[in-house]
Write a protein that binds this ligand. Sequence first.
Ligand SMILES: [Zn+2]
Length: 138
Amino acid sequence: MNERPFTDETIQVFTYKTLAECTDACWGNGGILINGCESDGRPYTMTRKKAMTAYRKRKCWGFCRGKSEVHLWIGKKATKEQVIGLIAHELGHMARPFRQETQAEEIKAGRYEKIAKTAYNIATDLLTPGQSDTESEE
Ligand SMILES: [Zn+2]
């Protein structure tokens, strides 16, 4: 685990070398069944092993603790868009108001994720030479 505080000391980012280290930090050693919720609000229940397989396919995974900690596992094949989406998703959970209802909270975080990915893709298109219609002012 690697601790990297932001310059804004209210948020600390913890990164893990492996998915197992990250999920252990979230779930502890217990928990055979994982109850989660997709960013669109669809709930899921799966075994810990199946959840790990699903998270590995996504190439990155994380969780947040309260309003001050983001914990991340970033697989070697994760894209910038995926990582930005994940971080935005977790920051979305940290944004207030917190929704007591799990589905509503996941949908809220999912909106942050979608906005961040969309902004990333627009910026990438604009900054790629030949992709922008705007004339250079230089
Ligand atoms: Zn979430």
